[in-house]
Design a protein around this ligand. Structure first.
Ligand code: SF4
Length: 377
């Protein structure tokens, strides 16, 4: 991207700003030049829906396939049937705009150490009982403070702050599909990468279209157990497996996170079954993060995950052939680092979300030249 093109785009993106708005929203980390609170964008017609008889519609974005009568809103709370047309009620209305390291996603093999602009709107198509962001994920439009920022302003903000990428995260990004898609197209034109941090609960057709615009994806594989999905998340396992298979088919870079919750999904036989499936179906080079649960939202009667449970999960994953396994939410643990699967040398040393050293060169181990799965530049 030529610098003068970026400058011209930035000037245009900022030209609509009437004033420097100092905003202190839920996740805002500082003043935003372009955000104007309280002047929310109008709804945008949704993609991926079908008109039914009468003024009914069926949303075909995610596996819930909500059938909506006039005036009704979907399970995700952000897609609404108005007069027989389905609208996204959150297009251009983020509730969170923040910056942070890509390691926090976590995406460990996606240009390590870079800073990203993080975007979220309210809403989610899951109801996870342990959600850490439930104040926004389980809200409707208008229930928390939202900002008026069209895709051009978001990309302009990323450029102004010198961000290398934009992440769609915190809540479930697929429910603000149209907004995410338009931002991603624009970001790519400006040489900015994008990533999605998702529960993977999306139908294949919209997913295939979306991933053409994204550079990396993180999928929460919450458990390898349909009853867990039903009781804890109000979803189901099969569509998430399908999403992972589509990502592989589309050759999109992705990592997997499994939050290990004591007594609910910490059975090692189940973890072995999951790791065997990942290695056999998706490939042994997919990075897998076993993350530590801590009590939150409606799930406060369980303890934090013991570290040795996470270590056993990692051992199990290695036995199944997985090459890159990390422990999440365990600062200082050796399993935050990356090791070469071939020569065992330490490749990336991490401290918290910081990169202390990186021995991956041109996508390869600098000691033995083993190709390391990831996006490295
Ligand atoms: S995206 Fe929302 S409205 Fe559409 S099917 Fe899923 S939950 Fe229902």
């Amino acid at each position: 991207m030529e610098n003068h093109c970026r400058r011209a785009f930035l000037k245009k993106a900022l030209s609509g700003s009437a004033a420097m708005a100092a905003l202190g929203g839920l996740f805002f980390s500082g003043p935003l030049t372009t955000a104007l609170a309280g002047t929310l964008s109008p709804a945008k017609e949704a993609m991926f829906y079908r008109n039914l008889t009468g003024n009914n519609v069926r949303c075909e974005l995610c596996p819930h396939l909500c059938k909506l009568r006039e005036g009704e809103t979907g399970f995700c709370r952000v897609r609404k049937n108005l007069g027989g047309t389905l609208y996204s009620m959150v297009y251009g209305s983020p509730c969170s705009v923040n910056t942070g390291p890509i390691e926090k996603a976590p995406l460990y093999h996606f240009i390590p150490g870079h800073q990203r602009l993080c975007i979220a709107t309210v809403g989610c198509n899951f109801r996870c009982t342990y959600c850490h962001n439930w104040q926004i994920s389980q809200s409707e439009p208008g229930q928390v403070r939202e900002y008026d920022m069209d895709p051009e302003q978001i990309v302009g903000e990323a450029l102004r702050r010198g961000m290398d990428s934009i992440s769609f995260t915190y809540t479930e990004p697929t429910i603000f599909y149209e907004y995410m898609y338009d931002i991603s197209v624009l970001a790519r034109e400006q040489g900015i990468k994008t990533s999605m941090v998702s529960n993977g609960y999306i139908n294949p057709e919209p997913l295939r279209k979306l991933v053409q615009q994204l550079d990396a994806v993180k999928i929460d594989l919450k458990a390898f157990d349909d009853s867990f999905y039903a009781s804890v998340a109000s979803g189901s396992l099969q569509p998430v497996k399908q999403t992972l298979q589509v990502l592989k088919e589309e050759e999109k870079y992705f990592e997997i996170v499994n939050l290990v919750v004591p007594t609910l999904n910490d059975d090692m036989d189940q973890i072995r079954e999951m790791c065997t499936w990942i290695a056999g179906t998706l490939g042994s080079q997919v990075p897998v993060h076993f993350s530590r649960f801590s009590p939150s939202y409606r799930l406060t009667d369980l303890p934090s995950t013991p570290i040795d449970t996470l270590e056993k999960a990692a051992e199990t994953g290695f036995e199944c052939g997985l090459e890159y396994i990390y422990l999440g939410n365990v600062p200082g643990h050796d399993r935050n680092n990356t090791y070469c699967p071939q020569c065992s040398e330490q490749l990336i040393r991490r401290s918290g979300f910081a990169i202390l050293s990186n021995k991956v060169q041109d996508g390869k181990c600098s000691y033995c030249r083993y190709a390391v799965n990831g996006v490295w530049q």
